[in-house]
Design a protein around this ligand. Structure first.
Ligand code: FES
Length: 183
């Protein structure tokens, strides 16, 4: 059995890339470049669409009225409307807070929710206490627990005075815990 040698198709003078391989190479370079550009455009676009879903609830400062009208040392219930943005959703709701103006003019603002199991409480001017009707918790004017099953003082809300107006940022907190944990 004789062995015949294959003819050599290489051009004289050295090596070269066959034409078919070169075309394939440039095809894949073009595809890779298009993919890089596509990903570069898609990532920011997807990010702008998805990121609101992962954002924490955003709340705004709300004007709840003039500070001058608050009596010093006596809690006042202030009703207002607040807007909460949660991802793509925006909800408006009516809220109330308890504000106490200190003799020096500072204002302390409490969440209106009892820290035991979440009932609303009220200020009893005769007893000088906040009283919760659900299980009998009571709090003093500084929000500290006087009695009942409440595990912690009343939750304080961020508050500031600007141009004589009291601004409050409403927040919700988990009930029944020793520490104040925002929802
Ligand atoms: S919810 Fe206020 S004492 Fe239970």
């Amino acid at each position: 059995m004789s062995h015949q040698e294959e003819p050599d198709h290489r051009p004289e003078g050295g090596f070269s890339t066959p034409v078919g391989s070169r075309r394939t190479f440039f095809h894949w370079v073009t595809v890779a470049a298009a993919a890089v550009v596509g990903v570069g455009l898609a990532v920011p676009l997807l990010g702008s669409l998805i990121s609101p879903a992962f954002m924490r609830r955003r709340r705004a400062w709300v004007d709840v009225g003039p500070v001058d009208e608050l009596p010093a040392g006596r809690p006042t219930q202030l009703d207002h409307v607040t807007t909460v943005r949660d991802g793509w959703q925006e909800a408006t709701s009516h809220k109330a807070v308890w504000a106490v103006k200190q003799p020096q003019g500072d204002v302390t603002v409490f969440s209106p929710i009892c820290t035991h199991l979440g009932c609303g409480y009220r200020w009893d001017d005769a007893e000088k206490k906040f009283l919760c009707p659900c299980h009998g918790s009571s709090f003093d004017v500084k929000g500290d627990v006087l009695g009942g099953p409440a595990p912690r003082p009343l939750d304080r809300l961020p508050a500031k005075v600007e141009g004589g107006r009291l601004l409050v940022m409403y927040k919700d907190f988990k009930s029944g815990l020793r520490d104040s944990v925002e929802l």
